[in-house]
Design a protein around this ligand. Structure first.
Ligand code: ATP
Length: 290
């Protein structure tokens, strides 16, 4: 069985506060895009999970979220056969695009189908939340408001047709460090998430893009100026708006026309500022993983 684990971007990201358990309360507008990791999963006679990946620096053992997702369902349902997983990574790693979470979500969906476990989407999302806060969203996909620690989800109307240019510089940012260095009392500009929801309801693309904002961006781009340089290149080359995704360092820009996104992609490639450059589309729900 072949699965597509799709990346997400945050059209808006706000951090509301720190909870007593150390997690943060967030308010974000999530969007699935057509950039994906490809997973091949198949049953094998011998018990156990065997995982391979095309990237040497991604763990190919029980530390991998795809492995953990398979293990969770196989233990719960006492599955005697084994599972072989091959993971072909295209989503940049540690980049704020939920690659690992999406791989886990795809495996939950895949194992449920392959072994005919009969779990509903909601039941898969609940199990996913025990492995990571973004996993329920990656099972659900589409456009959604995420609250709580990211697990409280409300589906939203789709974004009008447009193109997304993704650029990932080669600097690395740890999500944990990004939260630790975020000074909540110093956030002076927060995204207008309610306004963005209204614009989604009326299908107003410029109302959506003008409200794109990420509270992590000022701090992270100060530490890594290349992020601001990529944003500028995208906006100088036709993006309605460009911001950082998640805790970075990936940047995305929204374009009305594919031609403009492709031209900007060419410029970004030749600038040498981004390690990954990709033109994607907004993904709408209703399409299966496989
Ligand atoms: P998020 O947007 O949720 O913060 P991210 O893009 O920052 O996610 P990922 O690429 O999902 O980060 O994962 C980064 C870390 O998780 C890496 O250190 C990597 O070793 C580990 N990891 C575990 N499983 C995977 C996987 N399937 N794909 C990529 N990284 C994985």
């Amino acid at each position: 069985m072949r699965l597509r684990a799709m990346a997400k971007i945050n059209l808006a990201l706000d951090v509301l506060g720190k909870r007593p358990d150390g997690y943060h309360d967030v308010r974000m507008i999530m969007q699935t895009i057509s950039m994906y990791d490809a997973l091949d999963i198949q049953i094998k006679k011998e018990p156990g999970i065997e995982l391979s990946t095309n990237l040497p620096y991604v763990p190919a053992d029980s530390r991998n979220l795809a492995y953990k997702a398979a293990d969770l369902l196989m233990q719960e349902f006492d599955i005697k056969e084994g599972l072989q997983i091959h993971l072909e990574k295209f989503i940049p790693v540690s980049a704020g695009m939920a690659g690992g979470s999406s791989d886990a979500a795809a495996v939950l969906v895949g194992v449920n189908n392959l072994f005919r476990l009969g779990l509903s989407k909601q039941e898969l999302m609940k199990r996913g939340s025990t492995l990571g806060a973004d996993i329920p969203y990656c099972v659900m996909r589409g456009t959604a408001l995420a609250e709580g620690i990211g697990e409280k989800l409300t589906p939203l109307p789709s974004v009008p047709e447009c193109f997304v240019l993704v650029g990932k510089p080669s600097v690395s940012v740890s999500t944990k460090a990004a939260y630790e260095s975020l000074r909540l009392d110093a956030i002076d500009r927060r995204p207008d998430i309610d306004g963005m929801i209204e614009s989604l309801k009326t299908g107003d693309l410029s109302g959506i893009t003008s409200r794109m904002q990420n509270v992590f961006q000022p701090g992270i781009s100060e530490a890594h100026p290349v992020i601001g340089d990529i944003i500028k290149l995208m906006e100088d080359n036709g993006a309605m708006k460009a911001i950082m995704s998640g805790s970075g360092p990936s940047v995305f820009g929204i374009y009305e026309k594919r031609k403009d996104a492709s031209n900007a992609a060419e410029k970004l490639r030749s600038s040498g500022m981004a390690r990954t450059v990709y033109v994607a589309r907004m993904f709408r729900v209703g399409k299966p993983f496989a």
